[in-house]
Design a protein around this ligand. Structure first.
Ligand SMILES: [Zn+2]
Length: 335
């Protein structure tokens, strides 16, 4: 009898009040997954995930395997699977020119007898929406600075915060959308950009070549979401949002209250002149952007950007907050 009572008390309420889809997804986001993703991507064996080098290729393969395991559909399964390959060129290295994907600039570079060439690739997967004519995108760059053999001590730029942290958030949010069990209203694309450290090459390539760009209603970016700018303010995060979309700020303010997230955002508006990460490739094309960033710290672009310095609790709450933003982007009829 006691046992029946137990079953009634524990299981009946969950039958009578099934967990809503959004919360089901939200509850799949956790610290264990964040650690698994970041500790692998930022390990020494990946040699700093430099764009076009072996470590960067392995990072890409790892992201593809996680997407497949989650059940995300590859972006271009007939040809390239989850990858969007592209090539960047630069002048011969003594000129210190930047790599470019601009066809006109590439034509110029190729006129020189010696020029540099890098084969890069974005990793992309998606969930088809009920309305296939509208698209929202969430992304983070997965490349970092590689290895510098001439450094005296630690030679590997592990890039745990920059930007394994952002990659972990996109992977967790992809999983959360699947776990929700609900098809989104709009098509959602999960993107992992290559070549950001060389000048946002991957996102620029995507926004310059994606044929359905006019269908994209919003982009959410992560770059460095795992550290404290000021150790006395461990809940601080910079939340950039498109100036023309004050509703993006309302979403976050409301969700922090509703879900008890331990975040104290600095709200900053962003426009076509706001650089710093892959957000710029989208704002340039007039697409409204949200960008999470936990600001600078002494290990920024240093070999000491290690996984054991990450503020895991904040990273997880930022991932949850962004999932809720992206849920709105994907599902609300108007904004
Ligand atoms: Zn970065």
């Amino acid at each position: 009898m006691k046992r029946i009572l137990f079953i009634l008390l524990v299981f009946l309420p969950s039958l009578a009040f099934p967990q809503p889809a959004k919360e089901k997804g939200l509850n799949s986001i956790n610290k264990q997954k964040a650690k698994a993703y970041i500790e692998f991507l930022a390990s020494d064996v990946l040699e700093g995930r430099e764009a076009g080098k072996l470590g960067g290729r392995i990072a890409g393969e790892y992201i593809i395997s996680v997407l497949r395991e989650i059940g995300i559909v590859p972006f271009d399964d007939d040809n390239n699977g989850c990858t969007q390959p592209f090539t960047a060129y630069a002048k011969e290295r003594q000129t210190k020119s930047r790599y470019s994907i601009d066809p006109a600039i590439i034509t110029e570079y190729k006129k020189d007898k010696a020029h540099r060439k890098l084969d890069l690739r974005n990793i992309l997967g998606y969930i088809e929406g009920k309305n296939r004519n509208e698209i929202v995108i969430i992304g983070a760059h997965y490349d970092h600075l590689g290895v510098d053999e001439s450094l005296a001590d630690d030679k590997i730029y592990n890039g745990a915060d920059d930007n394994a942290s952002g990659v972990s958030a996109v992977l967790q949010i992809a999983k959360a959308f699947v776990e929700s069990g609900q098809q989104p209203e709009r098509t959602v694309i999960f993107a992992f950009w290559d070549g950001e450290e060389l000048g946002c090459l991957g996102s620029e390539y995507f926004t310059s070549n994606f044929p359905d760009l006019q269908m994209v209603k919003g982009y959410l970016n992560f770059d460095m979401i795992g550290r404290n700018n000021d150790e006395s303010k461990p809940e601080q995060v910079v939340y950039f949002y498109a100036k023309e979309k004050p509703v993006f700020k309302e979403w976050l303010t409301k969700d922090i209250r509703s879900y008890g997230l331990k975040l104290k955002p600095d709200y900053k508006t962003l426009d076509k002149s706001t650089g710093g990460s892959d957000n710029i490739s989208f704002t340039r094309k007039g697409i409204p952007v949200i960008w999470y960033h936990t600001d600078g710290h002494p290990d920024y672009h240093q070999p000491s950007d290690h996984a054991d310095e990450i503020n895991w609790d904040k990273l997880v709450d930022i991932t949850k907050a962004a999932y809720l933003n992206f849920w709105n982007m994907a599902n609300l009829p108007n904004y």
